[in-house]
Design a protein around this ligand. Sequence first.
Ligand code: SF4
Length: 263
Amino acid sequence: MTQKTVGEFAAAHTRELARLLRGLRARLEIADPDDWARAEDPRPLPSASEAAPGVCASAESASVEIRLAKLKEDVLACRKCPLGAQRLNPAFGVGSASARVMFIGEGPGYEEDRQGEPFVGKAGQLLDRILAATGLSRKTEYIANIVKCHPMADPSDPSKRGNDRQPSPEETASCRHYLDEQILLIRPRCLVALGAVAARVLLGTQEGITRLRGRWREYLPAGGEDPFPLMPTFHPAALLRDPNLKADVWTDMKELKRFLEKA
Ligand code: SF4
């Protein structure tokens, strides 16, 4: 091996070592829930209008906003399932009518029931930090749930904390069309299912979230013509219980970012 070849060999291995160290540091940097902000990528994603030049985005999004407001009125008056009589406030959805990504959870909890907005408790605050680290926010994207009213384990006491349960198949079936209409109105580039319940309902599978997460699938809303790309990831509440899952969610968010940059 010539001297020059030895130098090239050493340089290649130094670069590889640096790459491995960067990857290791990225995993360690999000070892704490409060460290999502430190992982924030300074490069903002292109806005929806930048990413789709030539579209009259403001007129289109105003029309979508009006139709979303009408749909929200329907939800406010809805009593199609027993949750309607138990809730304090439905959590319809929040975000931009021209969102590129729709994040979908299973249903509102204690704080969401009080504030009438999805993901506003501790898990929601963590979701906000995850979005910020990905160059997104709840103002530029859209956040919704499969069911709009709080499923309570003990409906006789809505003031009790931790009084949550998963929505039943009947409640999910009653409410699903609202989510489908939200998707078809906003037409995001992709969907992200937050947690096992949302992923299983949308994908019609019993597979575990550990196997489902991080892989692109498709979801076709009722009445839609083309399926939307959908990626499941862990629910932020799962990260609060087990911080070891954060590295996987960060991997999924980087994949989401790659998808948006090329979409
Ligand atoms: S959960 Fe959905 S279907 Fe049931 S009452 Fe609330 S809005 Fe209506």
